[in-house]
Design a protein around this ligand. Structure first.
Ligand SMILES: Nc1ncnc2c1ncn2[C@@H]1O[C@H](COP(=O)(O)OP(=O)(O)OP(=O)(O)O)[C@@H](O)[C@H]1O
Length: 274
């Protein structure tokens, strides 16, 4: 059975699983720099994808293309069947949420006000927040466990607390796809696990697609349904963690001898330097 939801803005029913990204031979050149080339890939709803690869591989650039912060120099990108460039900004923001690598300063906003910004694409500049908006904000703060500091200024929070507030904003946004660039970079190991469990729970409950960039291959292998290995702006391989976290692929991608073994409890592969 196909799950349906109301389309942002039109209100007409749309199939939730139709919210997928397709990239066809996508390239990105900025000035003299060839940053991405030949990327062909489909990102489906209800699936969690992890981008891995060394510094400069193109992970952030690919996430930024999906978030419409970069326009591809070549190839085509569609979201939910429409060319990315044809989406109205507000409709796109109702459907796709992006958390950048460097979280911008939240100026003088308190936590609940930043989370409330997630509802902005839904009510727009001319309508006040409805009770449904308010309920979504409160639910998002509860899910991301930030309600206890709802009145604190965001810029006074620790890096990890701030990341959770951004996740709450994305949850309040209630889109179909989440794009996150190194969401666990500022977190200790327990908070990494907590944040990724939180994202996985939200993704499964709402049938969301998630694309995340990671430096930690083992985190990617643990939390993602599919891992994409990038190098020099190209997609080298993609598949299940077991297919990608192999000595051959990791050694080729990171240019260093690597081994793998199954995790003693989950059985998922772990990669390490030999
Ligand atoms: N605006 C830009 N102008 C010129 N070069 C750029 C620009 N943005 C990115 N690059 C270059 O493109 C390459 C890919 O960068 P990108 O940030 O996408 O890689 P990454 O895999 O996310 O790296 P990291 O793991 O270090 O964050 C890098 O060599 C980077 O210097």
């Amino acid at each position: 059975m196909t799950a349906l939801s109301a389309s942002p803005l039109t209100g007409k029913p749309v199939a939730l699983d139709a919210a997928s990204f397709t990239l066809d031979d996508v390239g990105l050149t900025i000035g003299p720099a060839r940053i991405l080339s030949g990327i062909t890939k489909r990102f489906e709803a209800n699936r969690i994808y992890g981008l891995i690869g060394p510094n400069g591989a193109g992970k952030t650039s690919l996430v930024r293309i999906l978030a419409r912060h970069h326009e591809p120099s070549e190839g085509r990108v569609h979201y939910a069947g429409r060319p990315l460039g044809e989406w109205a900004a507000r409709a796109f923001a109702c459907s796709v949420a992006h958390m950048p690598q460097q979280l911008p300063s939240s100026q003088q906003l308190c936590v609940k006000d930043l989370v409330a910004l997630g509802r902005y694409p839904w009510h727009g500049p001319f309508r006040r927040k409805s009770s449904a908006d308010q309920a979504a904000i409160e639910e998002a703060m509860r899910v991301a466990d930030v309600a206890d500091f709802a009145d604190r200024l965001v810029d006074t929070l620790s890096g990890g607390e701030r990341q959770r507030v951004w996740v709450a904003m994305m949850v309040a946004q209630a889109g179909r796809f989440l794009l996150l660039d190194e969401p666990t970079a500022a977190l200790d190991i327990a908070h990494q696990a907590h944040l990724l469990e939180l994202l996985r729970g939200v993704a499964r409950a709402r049938r969301l697609g998630i694309v995340m960039a990671f430096h930690d291959i083992n985190i990617a292998a643990t939390f993602c349904d599919e891992v994409l290995a990038m190098k020099n702006g190209k997609l080298i391989a993609s598949g299940t963690p077991a297919e990608i976290i192999t000595p051959e692929i990791l050694s080729a991608v990171y240019d260093i001898d690597m081994s793998t073994m199954p995790h003693p409890t989950t059985g998922r592969p772990i990669g390490f330097i030999r």
